[in-house]
Design a protein around this ligand. Structure first.
Ligand SMILES: *[C@@H]1O[C@H](CO)[C@@H](O)[C@H](O)[C@H]1NC(C)=O
Ligand SMILES: *[C@@H]1O[C@H](CO)[C@@H](O)[C@H](O)[C@H]1NC(C)=O
Ligand SMILES: *[C@@H]1O[C@H](CO)[C@@H](O)[C@H](O)[C@H]1NC(C)=O
Ligand SMILES: *[C@@H]1O[C@H](CO)[C@@H](O)[C@H](O)[C@H]1NC(C)=O
Length: 349
């Protein structure tokens, strides 16, 4: 039996105490130096950024995909979106699905479509003198282009419709009324808010996804210039622009739309106030993976401009040709693009 000497016991206790104190001191000092490296301001900014990211990512799309998951359990890409770790999933979702409130009074009038009337909620026609007042008076907007779009989609039953720059949703509502899947993008939350209300009134929400983003060649925060007397003419602000800045939103690239659309043939309508060429700059994957059979584009702002030349070159390289009309009999003369109509239908034959 070993008897402990009281002096030895005291010595051991002192050693233990010293070891414990050293440990505590080490932890404390290492923490101090960490917080010195990341000042409070930075930490705050980081958490603000994280919060923004969280606000920016919406789960409706995931919910939508969950529904689809049961129909297509073999789709691996879908599975990945559903089961990927949250951080990875976050990075994948650039498209901001719009789920605005539909509170407040809305001025809704009948929109004429090939499949009957459906309500369309317009802006104050006194304020929005071009499109809203025209819709109120005639129940339509750009009817020739809408009719052409519907005719083409009717002839191609599996084709989805992408409405870039949907504004109040004349195209979106007409195509949804046909019972087709639509993805609609706009930069103005108030336009999407109205459109969402219109879709609800017309029982058309099922097949339409609304996205609040600008289309561009980069992903960044952009300022929106509101054109008060033509709200549909609102656009992404340029440096030195004198417009009235309304909202800050995020831009996405066309490739990001692959997050939302189903695979298969697509018809793209593009009316994004001169930003068409920029949006096409980062769309390689989109054109590679989505089968873009038709592209209806506002040409007015690209006539005789370098942007026009770039668009022509790019779309030709993706197998699309510009046609005079949707009978696709006559290809527009490539050398005379400044004389092309204000809207051009590109098609893959
Ligand atoms: C989808 O992911 C789950 C969870 O990782 C896995 O159990 C399942 O087998 C996957 N299904 C397919 C079709 O890849
Ligand atoms: C568009 O289609 C509608 C409904 O079929 C028709 O009433 C209208 O005249 C057409 N408009 C144009 C410009 O083709
Ligand atoms: C949504 O799309 C499906 C498939 O195209 C169609 O059967 C259904 O009727 C559509 N729903 C509405 C409300 O139009
Ligand atoms: C929408 O659906 C509701 C109930 O399902 C129905 O009462 C209403 O008449 C429908 N509205 C339209 C415009 O079809």
């Amino acid at each position: 039996m070993v008897e402990l000497h009281p002096g030895r016991l005291r010595c051991r206790t002192v050693v233990y105490v010293v070891v414990i104190l050293t440990l505590i001191a080490t932890v404390f000092i290492s923490r101090l130096s960490v917080s010195r490296r990341t000042p409070r301001k930075k930490i705050k900014e980081k958490s603000r950024k994280r919060q923004q990211e969280r606000d920016y990512i919406d789960v409706t799309r995931i919910e939508h995909k969950v529904q689809t998951q049961f129909l297509e359990p073999t789709d691996e890409a879908l599975n990945e979106t559903l089961y990927a770790p949250t951080s990875r999933r976050r990075r994948k979702n650039h498209c901001k699905v719009f789920r605005g409130s539909t509170e407040g009074p809305k001025h809704c009038v009948p929109l004429k479509t090939k499949y009957g009337e459906t309500p369309i909620c317009i802006f104050d026609p006194v304020e929005d003198r071009m499109i809203s007042s025209y819709i109120r008076d005639y129940g339509t907007w750009e009817p020739d282009l809408v009719n052409m779009t519907i005719d083409i989609l009717q002839a191609n039953p599996a084709m989805q419709f992408i409405d870039l720059g949907c504004n109040l949703g004349v195209f979106t509502l007409s195509v949804a009324k046909l019972g087709r899947r639509v993805v609609s993008v706009d930069i103005l939350s108030r336009a999407l808010d109205n459109l969402q209300h219109s879709l609800k009134l017309g029982n058309l929400t099922e097949n339409v996804t609304l996205i609040l983003n600008a289309m561009s060649n980069t992903r960044e925060k952009v300022k929106i210039n509101l054109v008060p007397d033509n709200i549909g003419g609102s656009h992404v602000g340029q440096h030195g622009d004198m417009g009235q800045h309304e909202e800050l939103i995020y831009s996405i690239i066309m490739d990001d739309l692959l997050e939302i659309i189903d695979s298969g043939e697509v018809f793209v309508k593009m009316d994004i106030e001169g930003h068409e060429q920029k949006a096409l700059e980062n769309s390689k994957e989109f054109f590679h993976k989505a089968n873009v059979k038709f592209l209806l584009m506002e040409w007015m702002l690209h006539k005789g401009k370098p942007s026009g030349d770039k668009i022509i070159k790019y779309l030709l390289s993706n197998g699309l040709l510009p046609y005079l009309d949707y009978n696709l009999r006559e290809v527009l003369p490539l050398g005379r693009a400044s004389f092309w109509p204000d809207n051009v239908l590109w098609a893959k034959r």
